[in-house]
Design a protein around this ligand. Sequence first.
Ligand code: HEM
Length: 154
Amino acid sequence: MYYYLLIFHSLFRWLVLSSLLLAIFKAYTGYFQNRPFTKSDNAIRHWTATIAHIQLIIGIILYIKSPVTQGFWSNFGKSIKNMDMAFFGLYHFLLMIFSVILATIGSALAKRKPTDKEKFKTMLIWFGLTLFIIFIAIPWSFSPLANRPYFRSF
Ligand code: HEM
């Protein structure tokens, strides 16, 4: 089960990133072109936050099952000095939880804004910050923090 979760979590990152990029693009063009905030914009706002929540839940289950994080907590003193273990045991999950909180706040605030322009602006700022943090906290193969493949195979 652990490995299937890992594959799914790894793959799901692309959906998290694409939904955020689409939402940011829509918010940007909507704001600068003074477009009306349509039903489709609202659905994108909603689904972007929901997709991030789903990844959060997969991440939490993975965190409980992972031998990497189990090893991290069973020998904290040594593991905290090992970047790969500290990354998954601490930094990845803290940054990702923070980013999902930002996406949730941004989505909720945008929903409640009275004008279309304010809705787009709120989405742009909060989802932009979310994307920035998620991007840093992903173990890209070029990341100085921890490296994992772009795609995992069965
Ligand atoms: C919300 C956005 C998140 C994204 C985009 C994301 C992305 C990733 C990626 C790309 C990996 C590497 C997978 C691989 O090894 O192929 C990974 C690993 C991992 N993630 Fe996340 N993650 C997110 C949130 C979380 C959260 C909130 C948690 C925990 C609460 C978490 C826990 C983990 C763990 C434990 C691993 C490594 C497991 C292992 O190697 O045994 N992730 N994540």
